[in-house]
Design a protein around this ligand. Structure first.
Ligand code: SF4
Length: 235
């Protein structure tokens, strides 16, 4: 059996091991406060990290704190976060999210999520406007160390090309399928997420995957097809 023909469960664990060797292992320590992570992740949709950060700090400088952001005129908030994509959508979503948190929790604080089971925490978060599965899983893994797997565009693309998930699987379904094949341990899931993210950024890029230099090429469906085409042409 060739490497790319192995079962998806086996390839998932091989991918995890190879990328653990290729990239540094990380400790899972929250990089920012829970509220900061939630709102910044909302701002990061289709936006690079520098522009997301600029928007976050501009917003808090202009309006002072979460109460100030909640009560700001919507057009002024949209202007403050205009370094991100879709500021006219994000401004009302952020205000509605803050309003719901305040009304339901009595304060701008989501620490209570630490005590909720994963399914309940996911259900609570994905009711908030502008918070989908990716934002919810990022927050729950990075900050609350819950065993979930954020599937962003890089994780999704690499997983599909290698053949960890099928070609027709959606990003939302990919979360459940990949999670089922991985250890239910937050630090392992964090490293798997970060390593696939880096790999998608640096090696398995959308437009020009560097397959010859890739440590996953021995198990990768995409590479086996490219190689076969090359052999066909040469024949
Ligand atoms: S072999 Fe190519 S397509 Fe497969 S994961 Fe590596 S870079 Fe991506």
């Amino acid at each position: 059996m060739e490497g790319h023909e192995r079962p998806a469960e086996e390839k998932t664990m091989i991918t995890h091991e190879l990328l653990n060797q290729e990239y540094k292992r990380l400790e899972l320590d929250p990089r920012r406060s829970h509220m900061h992570e939630l709102i910044s992740t909302m701002l990061s949709h289709r936006t690079n990290h520098a522009d997301e950060q600029k928007a976050y700090y501009t917003m808090l400088e202009r309006f002072g704190d979460w109460e100030g952001v909640l009560n700001a005129p919507e057009d002024e908030l949209a202007d403050a976060v205009s370094t991100t994509r879709y500021p006219l959508q994000k401004a009302p979503q952020i205000q509605q999210t803050l309003r719901m948190i305040k009304e339901e929790r009595g304060e701008m604080n989501i620490d209570f999520l630490a005590d909720l089971p994963v399914e309940e925490a996911m259900a609570w978060l994905t009711r908030l406007p502008g918070v989908g599965p990716k934002t919810a899983t990022l927050l729950l893994l990075f900050n609350f160390k819950k065993p979930v797997l954020p599937v962003d565009t890089h994780v999704f693309r690499v997983s599909q090309r290698v053949g960890l998930i099928g070609a027709k699987v959606t990003a939302n379904k990919a979360h459940d399928i990949l999670l089922e094949m991985l250890p239910k341990d937050a630090t392992e899931l964090f490293n798997f997420h970060k390593h696939l993210f880096w790999h998608g950024q640096k090696v398995c890029t959308w437009s020009y995957p560097r397959c010859e230099k890739c440590v996953l090429n021995g198990i990768c469906n995409y590479y086996s097809q490219v190689r076969a085409k090359g052999i066909d042409k040469a024949a």
